[in-house]
Design a protein around this ligand. Sequence first.
Ligand code: KG4
Ligand code: ZN
Length: 393
Amino acid sequence: MKIFAIETSCDETGIALVETTSQKSEVSIKVLSDSLLSQAMLHAEYGGVYPTLAKREHAKNLVPLTLEVLKKAKMLTQAETPEVPREIIGEIKEQLEREPELFVQMAMLLAQTKKPDIDTIAVTRGPGLEPALWVGVNFAKALSLAWGIPVVPINHMEGHVAAALATGSEGEYEIAPPKLPALALLISGGHTELVLINDWLKYEKIGSTRDDAVGEAFDKSARLLGLPYPGGPEISKLARAARDESLEQPYSLPRPMIDTDNLDFSFSGLKTAVRNMVQEIGDPTDEQKKQVARELEDAIAEVLVAKTKRAIDEYGIQTLIVSGGVSANTHIRSELEKVVQEYEDTKLFFPTPKLATDNGLMIAFAAAMNNSRDLSVQLDELTASGNLSLSSR
Ligand code: KG4
Ligand code: ZN
C-alpha cells in the first residue's frame, strides 16, 4: 500500500511517500521519498511560532513539496490532457476557498500531471496550531477529490510514537507492537505528556504539564539568554560545552513538582526563575550562559527522569517510548537510558534525531502502524482539531 502523508501542525511543512507491506501486526515501510521545509528561521524574529505566518507558509509550500516528493519517487508523469473533470476542480476550488493561492498551484499541478499510483492520504488532524492544521487538512481533502482516494486523519502525537517505534534505517523501517504495558514520554514544543499504552494502539494520558511544555521552557529560557529560536538545540549546545569544560555550577534552578505524588509537570516556573537569574547576573558572559544552560538542562532532565520512573513503577512498564522534538536532546536521552538500565526487562525506543522533530514521515508511519484498521473518514466529517488528545485520536 502506498501512503502519501502530510504534516502541517506547527512550523514544519512535511510531505512523505511510503510503501508498506504488513504481516500480521508487523509492518514494513519503505520510504519512497520525503521532504521537509522548516519555517523556524522565519519565526525566529517573533521568538516563537507565529500562527498566521505558519498557515501562509504551509499554503505556499505544500504543492512545491508534493511535486518534489512525487518527482523523487519517480511518480510524476506529465498528462497530455487534464485528467481531473471540471466539476471536481470546482469542488476543489470550494474546498480551498480560504487558500486561493494553494488552489491556483494545485489546479496547475492537476492540469499537468497524471494521478500517481497512491492508495491513501494520511494527514495530521491535530493537536497543533489550528490555522496551520486546517491548511494540511484542506489540502488532503482536495487531493482526495482529485485522486479519488481516501483520507486517513492522524493524531500528531501518535506520529511521534510511531517515529520512535520505527526501527531500521536507509529508508527501510519496521514497526512491531512493543511489549505492553508501554509508556510514551512525549516531549515537544507544544506537549509534555506521559501516555500509557495498555492495549496496542489505545492510549491513556496519565500525566501532563499544567502550564508550559518542556520545549517551551527551553525556547523561552533561550530567548532570555539572547539565543535564537528554536532554543532547545542552542541550550543543549551550551550545556554540553559547560560539561566538557568542567565549568563550576554556581547557579541553581528549581526542579518543579519533582516530588509531588502524581505524574504531572509544571515548567512555567523554570522560565521565571531563569528570567530572575538573568536579571540578577545583568549581562551574562558566554561562560555564564553556558552555566545557566547546563543548570536548566539538568533541572529539566531530572524532572523528566523522576516522573518517568514513577510511572514505570506504578504501571509495571515493559517498554518506554520517548519522542517529540525535545527527545533529540542528547543529555535527556542518556539520562533516560540510565533509567531503563535499572529495569531489566524494560526496553527503550527513541526516534533517530532527524525523526524526533516534526516531519512528514512520522505521519506516514502512524498511518502504517494502524494498517489493521480502517481509519478513513468521509471528507465532510474531517476537521482539524488544535486540542485533539491522543486517546480520542
Ligand atoms: O516535536 P517538535 O518538532 O514540534 C512540536 O510538535 O512542538 O518539537 C519542537 C521543540 C522545540 O521546543 C525545540 O526547542 C525542541 O523541540 N528541541 C530541543 C532539541 N531539539 C529540538 N530541545 C532540547 N534539546 C534539543 N536538542
Ligand atoms: Zn511535534
